[in-house]
Design a protein around this ligand. Structure first.
Ligand SMILES: Nc1nc2c(ncn2[C@@H]2O[C@H](COP(=O)(O)OP(=O)(O)OP(=O)(O)O)[C@@H](O)[C@H]2O)c(=O)[nH]1
Ligand SMILES: [Mg+2]
Length: 448
């Protein structure tokens, strides 16, 4: 039972026009009445009011709004004070509220209460948290859809199907003398495949599109001196990386963020990949390989003014290794110089001819075109490790259930389906211990 009253500044902690102080709990209204010196506050009405402390000292002129339980963010009585901006005034008001019996809220505690009081499910709570930190329009749009309950509906629908299967099988465990007829087994297995296909699809989409939320990683790779850093600089429109004609100039990966249309990308310039005996260069090259592994998009550069060599072939091997897993763009750079490069070596890829002067526009267009196709509205995205883990567990339980069905182990089958139901429910209503919830909600920001 939650019986204490919490308060916090709910707006960003910086300079701004207004600062909102939020109070939630049984004492919220009482505290507001004392601060405003009023007898009552009409729910959902904005009232301009002078806030005074117990010594009748004026703290601020504020807009006060009372949200009567259960029609509030937390389902408790909530009062919000829109104070004049800057933290000084808000802190004075908070100090007085503390004297009147509230305590300072922990990060995410308002949202935690909303969850515990059953106003939102966990998928919405997680979306709220991420939305606060959303860095791109893509992310904001996906999260807004989760806030509307899209993921919850998806989970509820699949959960219901699992519950039906469980109910059916439990009846049959009790009554069936013999094994389940094959036709029934097939029907159940089909239903399970329908569920696991849907889950697998959303898992794969979420993996391939993590970039929509966190920003896509784009790695610029190639052997030394092909013009990788020159490309980074032209994409960023400023001289971020050192460029020189000495091969091996970039020693460490350089990562910078860039907005392309509604998308956020992190561009990583890497050390040129070649066989090297230099210890530091070797570390740099290992980092280049790690960056390639991490990225969803690879821009591979080749220098067409030089003949293909072993280092180019090394890069080509790496590209072939990731061909099905990542989006790869191949650029034949330095096309302002005479060509000595044998294009036939680049089988499997369609190289685009560039030089430092033309590549900015070409690459930005390629990236934008590709990223625009990634934000498909109809797909259900998973946005957190909690959600991805829950779907993975559900899939494992369903796979085991199918095996047990094949072996006619109906008791075990029922056990697996139960597990699947519990796992998928973790996305919306986890039956987890307090400390796990505490950990999740403490990632929230203060006042939310
Ligand atoms: N002619 C010509 N020169 C270029 C072009 N792009 C880059 N260069 C030159 O090539 C040299 C190497 O460029 P960088 O951008 O430092 O190459 P890099 O791939 O980052 O090299 P490392 O950091 O050593 O791996 C510099 O002298 C650039 O001015 C191009 O399109 N045409
Ligand atoms: Mg470089």
């Amino acid at each position: 039972m939650i019986d204490d009253t919490i308060c916090a500044v709910a707006t960003a902690h910086g300079v701004g026009g207004i600062a909102i102080v939020r109070v939630s709990g049984e004492e919220a209204l009482n505290i507001a009445l004392k601060l405003t010196n009023k007898k009552s506050l009409t729910p959902r009405y904005a009232t301009l009011s002078t806030l005074k402390d117990s010594n009748n000292q004026i703290l601020d002129e504020a807009i006060v709004i009372y949200f009567k339980a259960p029609n509030s963010y937390t389902k408790e009585d909530v009062v919000e004070f829109q104070c004049h901006g800057g933290l000084m005034v808000a802190n004075l008001v908070i100090k007085e509220i503390l004297k009147l019996g509230a305590r300072v809220a922990k990060p995410g505690e308002f949202t935690k209460r909303a969850f515990l009081n059953g106003r939102i499910d966990l998928s919405k709570a997680e979306a709220t948290m991420s939305l606060i930190e959303a860095k791109s329009e893509d992310a904001a749009l996906i999260l807004a859809r989760q806030l509307k309950g899209e993921l919850k509906e998806f989970v509820d629908e699949l959960r219901e199907k699992l519950v039906e299967i469980l109910a059916f099988i439990e009846v049959n465990i009790d009554y069936a003398e013999e094994d389940l007829p094959n036709s029934l087994q097939d029907e159940i297995k089909q239903k399970l495949s329908f569920i696991s296909n849907k889950l697998e699809k959303s898992l794969n989409i979420s993996k391939s599109r993590v970039g929509l939320i966190d920003g896509f990683k784009v790695a610029i790779v190639g052997k030394p001196n092909v013009g990788k850093s020159s490309l980074l600089n032209s994409l960023l429109s400023y001289d971020r990386a050192i460029i020189s004609k000495i091969a091996g100039t970039t020693r460490d990966t350089i990562e910078e963020s860039l907005k392309i249309g509604s998308h956020l990308v992190k561009i990583v310039d890497t050390a040129g990949v070649r066989d090297s005996k230099d210890d530091i260069e070797k570390i740099g090259i290992q980092r280049s390989l790690d960056a390639i592994k991490d990225a969803q998009i690879i821009i591979a550069l080749f220098d067409q003014s030089r003949a293909v060599d072993d280092s180019d072939m090394k890069i080509l091997n790496i590209l072939n290794q990731y061909r099905d897993k990542k989006k790869i763009f191949v650029l034949l750079n330095k096309n302002d110089l005479e060509s000595k490069f044998d294009k036939k070596k680049l089988t499997n890829f369609t190289p685009i001819s560039t030089n430092t002067k033309t590549s900015q526009k070409i690459v930005l267009n390629l990236l934008k075109e590709y990223l625009d196709t990634q934000n498909l509205d109809q797909d259900i995205m998973l946005i957190s490790q909690n959600q991805i883990g829950a779907v993975q567990e559900t899939l494992n339980a369903i796979a085991e259930a199918k095996t047990n069905m094949d072996e006619n182990e109906l008791e075990l089958f029922a056990f697996n389906i139960n597990e699947a139901i519990e796992s998928i429910t973790k996305i919306t209503k986890p039956f987890q211990r307090d400390e796990i919830l505490d950990k999740m909600f403490s990632n929230f920001c203060l006042g939310k």
